[in-house]
Design a protein around this ligand. Structure first.
Ligand SMILES: [Zn+2]
Length: 320
């Protein structure tokens, strides 16, 4: 079953069933073979004439849809209730069907496109489910896909869409020469807008990616790419492992015990100061764990690199 949207008197757009139509066309033109009753691979041109005729005479059920955008949208939802739920982009393709969507699908929704593998390194999903088209539209429209599709609905080219998409892909693949699985599905459009004017040395970037991938303290590997693009300063993106409660408690106990006789503060930075906090004994809840040697300089998140600081000093140190 295939659904067409009637664009004009002799112009139909595939509304649903693009994959089926494409497969039938490819089989008739000998693009692939299917197994016959004896398990032999047969191309269409190779099967017996009477069987060819039988296939060619088989009637396909075709629906032609006409109506307003909202009627088609509503109807499209209805026909697909029994099947796989439609995603947003499939619905938008139906609503804004026309030359622009047709060209967009030819480029981005073609499972035979040689670029699909490259795109898959950066984009989640598949050509068939419109994920590449959706991403391309999302990037060029800065997130306003429906608006962009309605404005370009009757365009006879997708030049802007294609160029912008390729700019983003070329930019990412030029900076990050190793493909890591965590790159898939990142907000490359936003990152491109934010960072494409900065210069990067791909060899240095690659070395830093490898170093960070080898760091057991990084909990969020997805953040590595934006961290590097931003100049390797925003550690929040990496979600570096923090000290656990047991370590904090035991270090607190050791520090507090050690200063008892000396009458100094249990925050080592307060103890070297000159104000009233010089002798203050903080409660555990008023202190935070600090990496003695900073994580960014190779310090580990282990007890021997942990010290408890009062919250004020910990914050001050963290901001350096
Ligand atoms: Zn302090």
């Amino acid at each position: 079953m295939t659904y067409f949207n009637k664009v004009s008197n002799d112009n139909l757009e595939v509304l649903d069933g693009q994959q089926r139509i494409t497969s039938i066309g490819r089989f008739f033109t000998d693009k692939f073979a299917i197994k016959d009753e004896n398990g032999m691979e047969q191309y269409f041109s190779g099967i017996a004439a009477d069987k060819q005729a039988k296939v060619l005479k088989t009637k396909l059920l075709i629906y032609e849809c006409e109506g307003t955008e909202s009627e088609i949208k509503e109807w499209y939802r209805t026909i697909n209730i029994a099947g796989i739920p439609l995603n947003d982009q499939e619905l938008l393709n139906a609503v804004y069907s026309g030359p622009f969507v047709t060209l967009g699908k030819e480029e981005f929704s073609n499972s035979q496109n040689a670029n699909n593998q490259k795109w898959s390194a950066y984009i989640k999903g598949s050509a068939n489910r419109q994920d590449f088209l959706e991403r391309a539209l999302d990037w060029v429209s800065k997130g306003n896909i429906a608006d962009y599709m309605s404005r370009h609905r009757f365009d006879k080219n997708i030049t802007e869409l294609k160029n912008y998409f390729n700019s983003v892909i070329d930019w990412v693949s030029g900076i990050f020469i190793d493909v890591e699985s965590e790159m898939r599905g990142l907000e490359w459009g936003r990152l491109y807008e934010e960072y494409h004017k900065k210069a990067y040395d791909p060899a240095k970037v690659s070395a830093e990616v490898q170093k960070l991938y080898g760091d057991p303290y990084i909990k969020n590997r997805k953040g590595i790419f934006e961290y590097i693009l931003g100049g390797s300063v925003n550690m929040k993106l990496l979600n570096v492992r923090v000290f656990d409660e047991a370590t904090k408690k035991s270090i607190y106990a050791v520090q507090t015990e050690a200063v008892k006789a000396k009458g100094e503060s249990n925050c080592p930075l307060c103890a070297t100061g000159h104000d009233a906090n010089r002798k203050k004994i903080w409660n555990l809840s008023d202190m935070d764990a600090d990496h003695v040697k900073a994580w960014s300089k190779g310090g580990t998140t282990s007890a021997k690199n942990c010290q408890m600081l009062c919250k004020t000093h910990n914050r001050a140190k963290g901001n350096r």
